[in-house]
Every structure is written in C-alpha cells, then in structure tokens.
Design a protein around this ligand. Structure first.
Ligand SMILES: Cc1cc2nc3c(=O)[nH]c(=O)nc-3n(C[C@H](O)[C@H](O)[C@H](O)COP(=O)(O)OP(=O)(O)OC[C@H]3O[C@@H](n4cnc5c(N)ncnc54)[C@H](O)[C@@H]3O)c2cc1C
Length: 406
C-alpha cells in the first residue's frame, strides 16, 4: 500500500482515486473547486459506448476549406489562435493520417468498450442509478440522403466493434419522442450508450463513494509541487500535503501545470459551449443534430444544447454563434420557451494530438503519474482509465499500457 495525492476532482481524478483506493492505496484528492464542477460538469452527458474511433482531424481539403471559411457549425476557427496552436494542430494532422488512426483505434476501442461496465460498478456502489439513463444515443437526420449515408457507416462500425444500433424513420422517432414538434427524415440510435441528466452530480456521487470508503477530497488551489527524497510535496492555498505518489488529472490544465517540471505537452484545446433552454416536455435520450454541430439532451436544468469545437486563444472572449445556430436548429424540432437564466457555460475538451489519453508513469520523475487528455470522451472514460492507471501502478505492462504511456 502506498500514499497517493490525485490533483483534480473531475471524472478522471475521481475515477483514478476510486481505482487506486480499491487496490488498497491511501488516496487524497485535491481540487480548487468541488468534484465535477469544471469540464466534467459542462459536457453533453453521454457515456459513449459507440465512440470506438477517436475524433480525428479531417484531412480532405473540402472539409478543411469549409472550416476555414466558417461554413460549418461543427468547428469555429479563430485565426489568432493559429500561431499558439500550430504545433499541436500539425501533430494532430499527422496522427490523423489513416494508418496512424487505424493503429490508435484498437486501443481506444478497448477502453471505450469497458466504459459502461466500469461506470456500472460505480453507479451501483454509489446508489446513483437515478443519474443514469440506459436509453442510448441518437443522431437525427433531416435528409434521407444523409441518413442513408450515415446508416452505411454505422453498419460498418457496428459490425467491426459488435455494437447494437437501429435506424428509425421520422414517424418511428416521433412515436419514441412524443415531445418532438416536427418529423425529421429519421434517426440512428446507438443502443449501448448511456447518458446522465446531471454530469456534475454523477461525479459528486462517485466522490461521495470515495469518501465513504475512507478517501479525502480537499478543496484548495494547488500552487506547485516539489519532488523530495521521500516523494512529493504539494503546496496549496492552505498549506502543504505530502505523499510518495502524485497523479496529475487536471484535464485541460495539465499541460500548463507540468511546464515547471520540464514537460511540454501539446494539447489541442477544443473549446465548447453549452446553454440550457426551457423546453416543453423532454427527450428520452440525447441526440446529435447532424449537420448542426450540436448535441441536445434533457437535463436537470432544461434542454442542454452543447456545441462543437471553437479553436480560440485561451483568453479569447466567448463566441455565441455556435450555440445560437444550434438553438435555432433545435427550436425547429422541439418547443423551446427561451434560455434558462445564467445557464451559459464554456470549457475545453482536453484533446491530445495522438487521440489517446496519457495514462501512466511520467517519463522523468519517480512517483509521478499522468492521467489526462481524454478529449471528447472524458466523462465516458474516467472510471476506465482510472482502473488502467491503478493496474499500471501495480505493474501492468501490456500493449494497452504501452499505447497510453506518456
Ligand atoms: C462541450 C463539451 C461536450 C462534451 N461532451 C462529452 C460527452 O458527452 N461525453 C464524454 O464522455 N465527454 C464529453 N466531453 C469531454 C469531457 O467533458 C472531458 O473529457 C472530461 O470532463 C475531462 O475530465 P477531467 O477530469 O480530465 O477534467 P476536469 O473535469 O476539467 O477536471 C480537472 C479539474 O482540475 C482542477 N484544477 C485545475 N487546476 C487546478 C489547480 N491549480 N488546483 C486545484 N485544482 C485544479 C479543476 O478545478 C477541475 O475540477 C465534452 C467536453 C466538452 C467541452
């Protein structure tokens, strides 16, 4: 048994803390906010069993030009962001080459494929079943042609990875979702995916489980870490903590945090927004609105509309365009009665160019471990990469461990 401090109480930090604790380690977590109040709060709330292929950068000129000209709501690109993001974007472009992507897929599929089972254990132990919908993830298509084309891809993906999916006509969809106000061409539903109406509450429930099992969550801002002969000293607002081992699970803040230790980790910071809208009725599952670059999902505060990526400088002001376009598209399918006050949010998907999270031993420091860079699927993957890291700490050295190694 060893002592660990986990930096960060998002889904990844709490998932890691629980997994280390389950292997008999003494674990403390520290975060400047409460558990799950940052990126792990603001996402679309989907536990994405279907996401076996990570998000690669499109490499065809047509799509890149559409992005460059601002003709897609999936991605907004600020020219001012380019100089600072150039290295990460070039790496991302390189790793998105078909052969490299194909090499990453088995590892990504291996961790995504375990995610609902790993959540399932925690949900049961935390008594959090009321925070989980096992109703799938839908994709709504407005044109028959787009639906046909996606159905062909979905079938290939399903066959390759053993996924269950179904195709719905517009009428089938309205029978399942009586609060839709219009009939689209149809939808695809990925049956194995789950969702939560309150991602932050799910992280809080897991954090409560960790504390009930003897763990500690401290709320304080970490100012720095120092390596000592006996391990690590964490300096925070109210004092210091010491432990033999330190895990960095700071999501989008991880690269900046690691700079003073000499690590340069390029990250593609895909900013995303959400807003809540008052909706008449509700939806049984989240839906991607194909062609509009948003996900809509009934959540505790109303219909949450979550946007695609905005590549912006960290200090760039929020841009309302993607959310407004998404809300206009959603308003044609469901009855929206305006925005919920104070419900706008922005955060950053912590995407690494190689499209796999960094999980494992830090290359140059004893007792330092990384678990960050979960990009588009960190809510899904937190409990799973937490378990993988705990196994690596215990000596796991297989192909997956090598693929995720920092
Ligand atoms: C718009 C959007 C939609 C998304 N949709 C989905 C989805 O549907 N499904 C899915 O699986 N994923 C989704 N994601 C991705 C997912 O939200 C992230 O990958 C995940 O939340 C990352 O978790 P994390 O624990 O690594 O980071 P975080 O949740 O951000 O946790 C990091 C923690 O570090 C803390 N911290 C930072 N600096 C310090 C410091 N100096 N001292 C103390 N604490 C510090 C922060 O307070 C924070 O709590 C989405 C992301 C976005 C932006």
């Amino acid at each position: 048994m060893a002592e660990f401090i986990v930096l960060g109480a998002g889904m990844v930090g709490i998932g890691t803390a629980l997994a280390l604790q389950a292997q008999g380690h003494a674990v403390r977590v520290i975060d400047r906010r409460g558990p799950g109040e940052e990126t792990s709060h603001g996402n679309a709330g989907v536990i994405q069993a279907e996401a076996r292929v990570p998000y690669a950068m499109p490499r065809d000129w047509g799509t890149l030009i559409r992005y460059g000209l601002g003709r897609s709501n999936d991605l907004r690109l600020d020219a001012l962001a380019l100089p600072g993001a150039a290295r990460a974007l070039l790496d991302y472009y390189r790793h998105s080459a078909p052969s490299r992507l194909a090499a990453a897929v088995p590892h990504y599929a291996a961790i995504i494929g375990r995610a609902t089972e790993d959540h399932g254990h925690l949900v049961a132990a935390a008594g959090a079943d009321h925070l989980i919908r096992r109703t799938g993830l839908g994709e709504i298509y407005l044109s028959e042609r787009d639906l046909d084309s996606r159905a062909r891809d979905a079938d290939d993906l399903a066959k390759a990875h053993g996924l269950a999916w179904r195709r719905l006509t517009g009428d089938d969809l309205r029978a399942e979702e009586p609060d839709l106000t219009d009939t689209p061409a149809g939808a695809i539903v990925w049956n194995d995916s789950w969702s939560t109406p309150d991602p932050a509450a799910l992280v809080r429930a897991y954090a409560g489980l960790f504390e009930n099992r003897g763990g500690t969550v401290l709320q304080a801002t970490v100012r720095g870490v120092t390596q000592r002969p006996a391990g690590w000293c964490v300096t925070h607002d109210d004092g210091q903590l010491n432990a033999a081992h330190l895990v960095v699970a700071l999501g989008p803040w991880s690269p900046d945090f690691l700079k003073p230790l000499g690590y340069r980790v390029p990250m593609v910071r895909k900013r995303g927004y959400h807003g809540h809208f008052d909706m008449k009725g509700g939806l049984t599952r989240p839906y991607v609105l194909a062609g509009h670059g948003v996900v809509i999902s009934s959540m505790t505060r109303g219909l949450r509309i979550t946007t695609g990526a905005h590549l912006a400088r960290a200090d760039a002001p929020p841009h309302a365009g993607q959310l407004a376009t998404g809300a206009a598209a959603a308003g044609k399918l469901v009855a929206l009665n305006g925005a919920v006050p104070d419900s706008r949010w922005q955060g950053v998907r912590p995407c690494l160019p190689r499209m796999l999270p960094m999980v494992g031993r830090a290359p140059r420091h004893e007792g330092l471990w990384f678990n960050f860079g979960h990009g588009h699927q960190g809510l899904t993957l937190g409990p799973t990469t937490g378990r993988v890291l705990a196994d690596i700490v215990g000596g796991r050295q297989d192909e997956l461990a090598r693929a995720l190694a920092p």
